[in-house]
Every structure is written in C-alpha cells, then in structure tokens.
Ligand binder design. Sequence first.
Ligand code: HEC
Length: 239
Amino acid sequence: MKKTLFTLLFLLPLTVSASSGVKLESADIDLTDNLSLERGAHHYVTYCLGCHSAKHIRYKRIAMDLELDEDEILKNVAPLGAGIYDQMHSAMNGHDAEKWFGTTPPDLSLIARSRGADWLYSYLKGFYSEPGKPTGVNNAIFKDVAMPNVFWQQQGTQEAVIKTVDGQEVITELKLVEPGQLSAKEFDRMVNDLVNFLVYVGEPVQLERQQMGKYVLFFILMFIVLAYLLKKEYWKDVH
Ligand code: HEC
C-alpha cells in the first residue's frame, strides 16, 4: 500500500505536465539595468495593470530605486491620474473579473518569487491559438489558463506543434504562423524587460541586501580573527 502511494506521488507531476513538452526558456535578469526595469514598469502599466495589481510597491519607491524623477515616473510609467504615493492598483474590481474570466487575476507583487523568472518568461511567450477556448488561446506552460494573450499584436499568432508520444498528445514546440508588429528578438526583449521588472517588484531591496551581505561577511571574518586573538591572550597564562 505504501509502495503504491509512493509511486503515485512520484507519477503525479509527470501526468500533470505530460501534455506539454515545451521547456522553460531562461530569462536574462539584471537588476542593475535601470533602463530595462523602467521599460518593464512601463509595459506592466500598459499591458497588465488593467487586470493585475502589484499592490506591494508604490510609484515613489520605483522612482527612488530606478533613480528617476518623480515627474518622470508619473509621466512615463504611472497611469493617468495616479499619485506618487499610490500603490500599483488595478482599476478592475474582483466582482467584474469573476464574471468575465471565471476567476480573479491575482496580484503579481510576489509572482516572480513563487513562479520564478524563467517560468514567467516562458508563460508570457507560451500562448498559442486554440479556437475552441473562450479567449481563443491556450498556454503551453499554464494549461487552460483563463488569461487572454495580451501581446497578440506584438507577438503575432503562434500554433502548437503536437505529436503523439506513447499514445499521448504532446506539444513539442510553438510555431509563429503569423508575425506580429515586433520581430522575435524585439518581442523577447520586451517580455524580458517585463519579467526583470517583476523580479525587482518581488524584492525591491535585493541589490541592497546583496551589498549589505558583503559587509556582514567582512564583519564576521574580522570578528573571528579578533575573537581568536583574544582567546589566545586569555588562555596564555593558564597552561
Ligand atoms: C484581461 C485581463 C488580464 C490582463 C490584461 C493580464 N492578465 Fe494575467 N491573468 C488574468 C487572469 C484572469 C488570470 C488567472 C488565470 C487562471 O487562473 O486561469 C491571469 C493569470 C496570470 C498569471 C498566472 C498567475 C498564477 O496563478 O500563477 C500570470 C503570471 C499573469 N497573469 C501575468 C500577467 C502579465 C505579466 C500581464 C501583462 C503582460 C497580464 N497577466 C495581463 C487576466 C489578465
């Protein structure tokens, strides 16, 4: 009985992911690249904020971290009418969302931490045409997701290449069948900037923390040396 349970436990992830053989692509994350983060923030407000809040961050904090003027962030990034101390709130209310999508779009403040940057990058690039769906698309990374492909104009239309492996239908790759407004390279950069921004939002103090970590390690090292010398000094008369 125990054995069967264990086998089932190990097989569970396999059965869930079997329908998609599309591998995660790597996002190129660089939190020191302020220009990329600013572009990402702009894309977030343009394409995501309509449905998803990121309520753990304020425009003021973004301006400070990206070394932007407050006027600049309000003009280039924040939606019209937002104040510098506002959190990134979506205008959509949960009740409408439930009616339209059957679920509420989650807050994305911590999504990069729960899902990981590569997952997000692949997910945003993973939409493909499936006419039977209410949104007209499905997603190779998040099967039957209720979210529409917000980048359909920029990316173009992708179709899934499906093969039968061991009697199961598996998506082996996604093929661009109708190009969008952006080239594949430009589109990758756009999505990468957005994911970079979401990683930053997940932990705005990450760079400071890493910087601080160096000082802390240096302090500990110095303290060990000092403690050792002190110990030697104290014990020298005991023997
Ligand atoms: C038209 C509304 C809408 C827009 C615009 C939108 N989303 Fe979504 N999104 C949804 C809905 C609805 C879900 C919930 C899907 C589900 O659970 O099936 C979702 C889910 C997600 C998830 C998965 C969350 C999870 O459960 O792990 C991520 C990530 C995400 N969206 C990112 C984005 C990003 C990034 C943008 C901007 C480029 C964006 N979304 C724009 C409606 C939207």
